[in-house]
Write a protein that binds this ligand. Structure first.
Ligand SMILES: [Zn+2]
Length: 220
C-alpha cells in the first residue's frame, strides 16, 4: 500500500536522513587514546614475533558482542599480500582493527575515504600505514618505472615514490618500500579529511615496515 499524500513529506525526510553521507553526521568519541592503541598494536606484534600469541577477542561471546556494533581501536592500511594479515601480525581479534588492504598499501581517494570512516564514525584515533619487505607491488613499480605505456592505477600511485628514491644508496626496492610508507603517511596526514585532527593532536598517523622473515614491524 502506498503512503498517503499527508505522510509523503515524512517518508521523504526519513529517506533523506537515511541517505545522508557519513560526513554529515557528528564524529563519534574516541574508542581509545592514540597512545594506548599504539601500545596494544606493538604489544600484539611482540607476542606474534615470539610465538606467544593470545588470540584475543576471537570467542563466540566476542562475536556476539561486536554483532551489536563495532568500536575498533586502530585503523591499518596495509598491502594485500597474503603474508601480511594485520589481525595476525598484531595478534588481535574481532572488532579490534579496521583494516584497509590494497596492493602496495597506497593512499588513493578510496582508501583515504575508508580510513576516514573509521576515524569519524567508529572512533579510531590511530591510523597505521603498514608496508612490508619484499613487496611485489613496489618491486613491480621499481622495475617498470622507466617503461612508458600501460601502467595501472596502483603502479601510477607508486611512481612518484619510485622516482624519488631513485639514485639513493642501498637497495632500490627497500628504499622505495620505506619511502612509500613515508609518502602515504604524509598523504593521509595532509588530506583535508585528517589535517585538522592531526593538527589538534587528536589523531596519530603511524607507519612501519613488516619484515616477512622475523615478523617484526620496524617503526618509521
Ligand atoms: Zn606488498
Amino acid at each position: 500500500m502506498n503512503p498517503t499524500p499527508k505522510l509523503l513529506p515524512l517518508v521523504s525526510l526519513a529517506i533523506v536522513l537515511f541517505w545522508l553521507p557519513p560526513a554529515e553526521a557528528a564524529m563519534v568519541k574516541a574508542s581509545m587514546s592514540a597512545a594506548r592503541a599504539l601500545q596494544l598494536l606493538l604489544e600484539g606484534n611482540q607476542r606474534f614475533i615470539t610465538g606467544h600469541m593470545e588470540h584475543p577477542n576471537e570467542s563466540p561471546d566476542r562475536r556476539r558482542e561486536v554483532s551489536k556494533g563495532q568500536h575498533p581501536f586502530a585503523a591499518v592500511l596495509s598491502c594485500s599480500d597474503s603474508r601480511v594479515p594485520p589481525e595476525v601480525i598484531f595478534d588481535r581479534g574481532l572488532g579490534d582493527l579496521f583494516v584497509v588492504r590494497v596492493a602496495g598499501n597506497v593512499a588513493t581517494d578510496l582508501t583515504i575515504e575508508s580510513l576516514d570512516y573509521s576515524v569519524k564514525h567508529l572512533g579510531v584515533r590511530v591510523v597505521f600505514i603498514l608496508g612490508h619487505t619484499q613487496c611485489g607491488a613496489v618491486t613491480a613499480a621499481v622495475k617498470g618505472h622507466t617503461e612508458e605505456g600501460d601502467v595501472g592505477p596502483m603502479l601510477k600511485e607508486l611512481q612518484p615514490v619510485v622516482a624519488e628514491s631513485k639514485g639513493q644508496a642501498g637497495d632500490p626496492v627497500e628504499n622505495a618500500i620505506r619511502d612509500n610508507v613515508l609518502y602515504v603517511m604524509n598523504k593521509v596526514a595532509i588530506s583535508p579529511e585528517f589535517q585538522p585532527m592531526i593538527k589538534s593532536g587528536e589523531l596519530k598517523i603511524m607507519g612501519g615496515i613488516y619484515n616477512l622473515e622475523t615478523g617484526k614491524i620496524e617503526m618509521m
